[in-house]
Design a protein around this ligand. Sequence first.
Ligand code: S3P
Length: 421
Amino acid sequence: MGSLTTSRVKRFWGEIRPPSDKSLTHRAYMLSAIASGGGVIETPLDSEDCGRTLECVAALGARVTATGSLVRIGGGGKLTSPRAALQCGNSGTTMRLLAGLICGAGLKAELRGDPSLNKRPMRRIVDPLRLMGADIEGDNAPLFVEPARLTGIDYRSPIASAQVKSAVLLAGLFAEGKTTVTEPAMSRDHTERMLAAAGCSVHRDGLRASVEPGMPSRVAMRVPADISSSAFFLVAGVLLGGPVTCLQVGVNPTRTGILDVLEKVGARIDLAPRGMEQGEPVADISIEAGELRPFTVEGEMVPRLIDELPILAVLATQCEGTTIVRGAAELRVKESDRIQTIFDGLTSMGANIESFDDGFAVHGSTPLKGAKINAQRDHRIGMAFAVAGLIADRTTTISGAETIDTSFPGFESELKRLADV
Ligand code: S3P
């Protein structure tokens, strides 16, 4: 899918089981690879990014068998240095979390990325891993790791990043002594929950998360749907009437900032609990359009919806008044500089948006007009503007949208299935 085209629809409604959670799939593969009893992962996300992680753990010696929507990773948990460079593709989670695992396991490896990943900052994991005694080089990818023995640290992370926290905690499983990470605000805690469910000694005290050395025993998980992928359909439902129901979605509170915002905007949301999966709450989410009030996102809320800010910016163009997003400088180092790509795209569609170093303000509401958008090979930018096209005059054509497959294979056909033209 090189370019993607959408245009105005009358209504957007229906039921969807969005693709499985990307963050959980990466972690389930990695933890299974080091678990003494291996892992069985049902309905993992079958996408490019998660495929990279699976190939990487196989290259590290994990025995992987995939049948239909079931992936088994053989037990033993002993990893070996890969013979060739590990290819992480577009996936920051693959590179950063695996770097922690590889440093911890005392392996020699080179981790490579695609041109977009090669530009993203890696010092954020290299610095704390070095403090633990790791021999790791690279301000950006490629990263080079040589075998070393690690010692636990008490690390105060300057940023709220689950990838940083997870890289350090995963390395800590192999280190001597306890490893603690303190964050300025709480980022997604999937690593901590999955480690605890797999028998590791994990402790949380407010913004501090600690692990004691020791390998997981076994991972067994049915991966729920990804709330970040669901967000595009929920917002389309809010903009175009709904009702939209997203089935079997992971609703970990460190990920549900989007629901809090949609409620403040005035949407009617209903959550039907569907139980727990390895420490992760799951629910069906239904939404219907209501009022469209502007909103503010800042502070501790930011990490709880960081990946949803592109689609929330699209929503803001239809809210009556000024929406403000601040404290979100991390957007500048995602798959694209998202503050810039949101600003450029919405400006060309006729929205009234200002950009700041750490966020943006949208003055609404303004009608959107179809435009040619360059998604800069950023999957979430591509999907956000595809939804914007559903409420715009004329046609919206999004180039550089092929990376949508990194998180949401089948996005275009699902979007069109729920759209009433
Ligand atoms: C992720 C953490 C977040 C998020 C990314 C996935 C994860 O990044 O934006 O899409 O799976 O840990 P940061 O940790 O860099 O904030």
